[in-house]
Ligand binder design. Structure first.
Ligand code: NAD
Length: 432
């Protein structure tokens, strides 16, 4: 099929390149001309494992191209995915300006039937507004369909998630739209849930809210563990082996972050409010998540007493491993709180440094974990990159001012660290 993807960010680029890899002809569009120019030169603007090779291969095969023109893309495609950002407004609602603008531009460019698919995460009823916007801006004789196809990929493993999803959700209101999307996704071979548009929109918000709830739940359990001496790792294992619960998203730590959960929960709470439902449960999920960061900073304070002029080595900036995405990263939030306390920070992250430099002032960005540890009063783990799990701890100990590790992601073997002479503090696990 001929496909246009409007919005070439983490979701749009991955979606575009994966559809091209499946044999479709794809045009990825963005209004950021710098981004499109660098993609045309095969410079990939984000870090995502495997993305680079896939982009190069599909551009070479002429199945993937890049443009700043929605008009050209709409003229040359049957299916148009909208994958622009839906950032939070100050009051927590999703800002759908980009969706409306794109819907208007698509409508103006359409000369025959097109299927317009919402890929971005949007509140329930956005589909109705997209349809309305297109109707207002289109030649009345042209037929079109709107569909919802929320994306569930995770940054850091986005290509694998796209190619091997647990399920594909398709919200449609016509047989034609259903047939186009089911045949487009057929090669992937995953279960396809076909529903109406509103339910598809709701599935995405409900899924992210449920996952965030799991994280806040285990973080609340971690608090009980810290207070009682129980071990949250064992509690999660014991709970997670129950198939009704599942082990995923039961890792206690410094709370969730990223460009999705915080904004999606806010937007979901807001849209529920609009319909007269006060989703108190999600407000508490958010509150637990917010407090989790301060609780972790308090652990550092408890261990170091006064933070002013203390040197803290930090491992991790990205909101999770295998990505350069630092949007709403809990690590950045915690570093800002430590800076406010007067601590000096030296940090290393394998991919998150460039983007962090623009928002973190007065921080030393290091070449590797060892430089971050050098002459520090404690080493703090904020992102669980695999390479942080296998460090030369004997060298780390020699480099540090005192052998103290405070682990916000519970990645280390506490017995081993104790044997090596470290004081080791983590989240929800008893000290030994
Ligand atoms: P992003 O910020 O990385 O990308 C969005 C892109 O859209 C940007 O490149 C921006 O320049 C472009 N854009 C904005 N307005 C435009 C316009 N009018 N015309 C053309 N291009 C325009 O965002 P993202 O992380 O890819 O997220 C996109 C959507 O997908 C959001 O709704 C998000 O919630 C959802 N989502 C994200 C993820 C994720 O892991 N990042 C996963 C699932 C769903």
């Amino acid at each position: 099929m001929k496909i246009a993807i409007i919005g070439t960010g983490y979701v749009g680029l991955v979606t575009g390149v994966c559809f091209a890899e499946l044999g479709n002809k794809v045009i990825c569009v963005d209004n950021d001309s710098k981004k499109i120019n660098s993609l045309k030169k095969l410079i990939i603007p984000i870090y995502e494992p495997g993305l680079d090779d896939l982009v190069k291969r599909n551009v070479k095969n002429k199945r993937l191209s890049f443009s700043t023109s929605i008009k050209d893309a709409v003229n040359n495609s049957e299916v148009i995915f909208i994958a622009v950002g839906t950032p939070p407004r100050e009051n927590g609602e999703a800002d759908l300006t980009g969706i409306e603008n794109v819907a208007r531009s698509i409508a103006k460019a359409m000369s025959s039937y097109r299927l317009i698919v919402e890929k971005s995460t949007v509140p329930i009823e956005t589909g109705i507004w997209v349809e309305h916007t297109i109707k207002l801006n289109i030649n009345k004789k042209i037929k079109f369909d709107v569909a919802s196809n929320p994306e569930f990929l995770r940054e850091g493993q986005a290509i694998d998630d796209f190619m091997h999803p647990d399920r594909i959700v398709i919200g449609v209101e016509s047989q034609r739209a259903k047939e186009i999307l089911t045949s487009l996704y057929k090669p992937i071979g995953a279960p396809i849930v076909v529903t109406d548009i509103k339910s598809a929109e709701l599935i995405k918000h409900a899924s992210n809210s449920f996952l965030a709830t799991k994280i806040s739940f285990i973080n609340a359990i971690a608090q009980i563990c810290d207070l009682t001496g129980a071990d949250v790792a064992k509690v999660a294992e014991g709970m997670g082996l129950d198939k009704r619960i599942g082990r995923a998203f039961l890792n206690a730590g410094i709370g969730y972050g990223g460009s999705c959960f915080p904004k999606d929960l806010d937007a979901f709470v807001k849209i529920c409010e609009k319909y007269g439902y006060d989703f108190k449960l999600l407000k508490i999920v958010k509150d637990i998540n917010h407090r989790q960061k301060q609780i972790f900073v308090d652990k550092i304070k408890d261990a170091l007493w006064i933070l002013k002029d203390k040197c803290i080595g930090v491992l991790g900036l990205a909101f999770k491993p295998n990505t350069d995405d630092i949007r709403e990263s809990a690590a950045i939030d915690i570093i800002k709180r430590l800076l406010q306390e007067g601590a000096s920070i030296q940090v290393f992250d394998p991919q998150g440094m460039e983007k962090s430099k623009a928002i973190l002032e007065g921080v030393k960005f290091c070449r590797d974990p060892y430089e971050a540890a050098k002459k520090s009063d404690c080493l703090v783990v904020l992102t669980e990159w695999s390479e942080f799990k296998e460090l030369d701890f004997k060298l780390i100990k020699k480099l540090m001012r005192q052998p103290l590790i405070i682990d916000g992601r519970n990645i280390y073997d506490k017995v081993l660290l104790k044997k090596l002479g470290f004081r080791y503090i983590c989240v929800g696990r008893p000290k030994i």
